[in-house]
Ligand binder design. Structure first.
Ligand code: SF4
Ligand code: MSK
Length: 673
């Protein structure tokens, strides 16, 4: 009889080595004690493929995969690597990179499309569950889509009927995905020189879907085999995401569910309560979560929960759904992307409700070990495991669906099996900033614009702006990169605008409070934060809300004194722990908008040094923004600061300045030619 080979026990992660967050460490330890694997452990056992992580593995046809590893001797003396079809390492890496942009843009934009469809149903009054909430924002957005807000009658200018405007906005918005001619209308919201540059470079997107489809065509075997031409299409597609699908998602969500304004809440697994029904919502689209929040707060459901012996219903969010329901309702954040399995490991998660994006399939296996009901809700995002319940969510019966889900969670409260172990850690946070609220806080009630922000950048109290965003990545210590980069920036007087899982990490660390300023900020930024009463790290929402960062930068340009384009501003972008294809699309629309953008962890381009140089160096000459990869978080932040200083110097504001209040004429004098 053949000797049975002893199966090697899988490795487990050292909790202290893989996360800086003590709640995460505690829950990871518990999972390991119970024999439940999580992403942290799986990362120990699955090593990434070298060639894939260098970006030079092609599997775009059945003759491959063709793997083109970087020769040990380098490629200085020539690079003769090619696939069976002859594709060079540059072509392979560029094709892979633009496919990531296409996938990321598709994810954001399909989310935007779903919101646009619900918006149009609400505008046409085909659903009772959703109404147009923010008519002010509707009136602001309408002209950007070519929708008139007034009408002339008998020589008199009259306000147009708001319902009529809403329907036309909905129709025009949906057309942005597939119209036959013209261009994505929101591109004109960028500063004029930026729009003109895009026109000159031939990268103004025609419609959102077309740019994504064209990438899939161009990257098919035997089509586009010039890395520069591939990146031109990647640029057009990324612009269609940032200034198209994502921006539409943000605007239409604000109009439907309300534009966020700063509010207080809490963050980390400690927000869950043993004596409450705990419902964790995870994913991205707020269409579903808005309804669940409304239903969970209803008297009927609270009474029902009490009938079952619970003291109430505690909602919590993971990933970007968390940011959406936090910024509009103050629902606390349960955690970041890498904490999703751990929320179930508490033993207190009565239901985890998921929609789309960033959802681990292993949630189903973890849920099996506890009483947790794992509920998928979206027709495009199901799971194969048999313990997963699918309740398809439809805007036409949204309230009924939400009630069914909340009731299922309440019924499950009495079914808890394992001992409940909720970590104590949670921090206070202020969230819900946006273009409008920054205007209010940093503009002042009289001038109501970005003048105060610009004045403080010009006088040097604020050195510059950092947009720090993006995911967690199990290949790097959870939240360490996020927090180190952000702390280094604010220590050096760089104000931070944050979204996504970086925002959640900052919230968990207590960085989203005005009090943080005195502890972590340089003297200039601390003074501004204390005077105005804002945190030095401003939570701007979810991944699609990176469009708010683009518009905030545009407002800074408009307020004057800091150049004529986003590429003139002392700003830099960062994703210290990125992992998703969406992050690549976001990174590239930041670059195409003129922002120096640094990623941490890795970038799948190192196997094609010529292509890599094109992204890291040549793009700056064309667009004023470029990519970079810096793994060490302090160096990462320092490179952002060096770029900010380079821009300050070009603007002539690098010397310490008298703290004078500038008027418009002074600011215009400062404008670079
Ligand atoms: Fe290989 Fe070319 Fe096919 Fe890619 S497209 S797998 S490089 S033959
Ligand atoms: S959820 S894309 S892990 S930020 Fe937007 Fe967080 Fe990254 Fe998902």
């Amino acid at each position: 009889m053949a000797e049975e080979k002893a199966k090697k026990a899988p490795k487990v992660a050292d909790p202290k080595a893989v996360s800086v967050d003590t709640a995460t460490q505690e829950m990871l330890k518990r999972a390991q004690d119970l024999g439940i694997d999580t992403a942290f452990d799986r990362a120990e056992n699955l090593k990434p493929c070298n060639i894939g992580s260098q970006g030079t593995c092609c599997k775009n046809c059945g003759m491959g995969p063709c793997r083109l590893p970087l020769p040990k001797s380098g490629v200085e003396d020539g690079d003769d690597r090619k696939g069976i079809c002859g594709a060079t390492a540059n072509t392979v890496a560029a094709r892979n990179f633009v496919r990531m942009i296409a996938a990321g843009a598709a994810a954001h934009s399909d989310h935007g499309r779903a919101v646009a469809e619900v918006f149009l149903s609400a505008a046409r009054k085909e659903t009772d569950a959703y109404q147009i909430k923010d008519t002010q924002k509707l009136l602001e957005v309408a002209p950007h889509l070519g929708v008139e807000t007034t009408v002339e009658k008998d020589g008199e200018v009259l306000d147009r009927d708001i319902d009529e405007i809403a329907v036309e906005v909905g129709e025009k918005a949906i057309a942005e995905w597939g119209k036959d001619e013209g261009e994505v209308l929101y591109c004109k919201r960028a500063p004029e020189p930026r729009y003109e540059l895009w026109k000159k470079m031939g990268v103004v997107p025609r419609n959102i879907d077309r740019e994504i489809v064209e990438i899939m065509h161009r990257t098919h075997i035997g089509v586009d085999q010039d890395y520069k031409n591939l990146m031109k299409q990647g640029t057009r597609c990324a612009i269609a995401d940032g200034w198209g699908g994502s921006m539409l998602a943000t605007d239409l969500q604000d109009i439907l569910f309300g534009t966020p304004y700063p509010l207080q809440s809490e963050a980390n697994l400690g927000i869950m309560k043993e004596d409450h029904v705990n419902i964790i919502i995870h994913g991205h689209e707020p269409i579903l979560s808005e309804m669940i929040v409304a239903v969970a707060q209803s008297q009927e459901m609270l009474d029902y929960a009490k009938e079952k012996g619970a003291k109430g219903i505690q909602m919590g969010g993971i990933c970007c759904t968390a940011n959406e329901i936090l910024q509009r309702h103050g629902v606390p954040l349960a955690g970041t992307f890498l904490q999703q399995e751990l929320a179930i490991v508490t033993g207190a998660c009565d239901a985890m409700v998921v929609d789309i994006q960033c959802i681990f399939q292993n949630l189903a296996n973890v849920a099996k070990c506890f009483h947790t009901k794992l509920i998928t809700t979206h027709p495009i995002a199901k799971m194969e495991q048999d313990n997963v319940i699918h309740i398809e969510f439809d805007e036409h019966h949204a309230l009924e669906d939400a009630k069914k889900i909340v009731k299922m969670a309440i019924d499950n409260f009495t079914e808890r099996k394992a001992e409940v172990m909720i970590p104590k850690q949670k921090s206070v946070c202020i969230a819900g900033f946006g273009v409008e609220s920054i205007k209010y806080h940093l503009g002042g009630s009289f001038r109501g614009d970005y003048f105060t922000l610009n004045d403080n950048i010009i006088n040097g109290r604020i050195r510059g702006i950092g947009g720090v965003v993006g995911c967690n990545n199990a290949r790097t210590k959870h939240n360490e990169g996020h927090l180190t980069v952000v702390k280094e920036l604010i220590k050096n007087d760089v104000i931070v605008l944050t979204t996504g899982c970086n925002a959640i990490a900052c919230a968990m660390e207590g960085l989203l409070t005005p009090e943080t300023a005195a502890v972590y900020c340089g003297p200039g930024l601390a003074e501004v934060c204390e005077t105005v009463g804002i945190p030095p790290v401003l939570h701007l929402g979810s991944c699609v809300d990176n469009s708010r960062i683009l518009l905030a930068a545009t407002e800074v340009v408009k307020a004057g004194g800091l150049g004529k384009d986003i590429s003139d501003l002392p700003v830099a972008g960062s994703a210290p722990e990125w992992m998703s294809e969406k992050a690549i699309s976001i990174g590239h629309y930041f670059v195409a908008s003129g922002v120096y953008t640094v990623f941490g962890v890795t970038l799948p381009v190192s196997g094609a040094p010529v292509f890599q140089d094109y992204l890291y160096k040549e793009f700056e000459k064309m667009y004023g923004g470029m990519w970079d990869l810096v793994v060490d978080p302090i160096e990462h932040a320092q490179k952002m600061i060096a770029h900010i200083d380079k821009k300050r110097k070009a603007l002539g504001i690098d010397k310490a300045r008298e703290r004078v209040l500038m008027d418009m004429a002074d600011r215009q004098k400062l404008d670079v030619a």
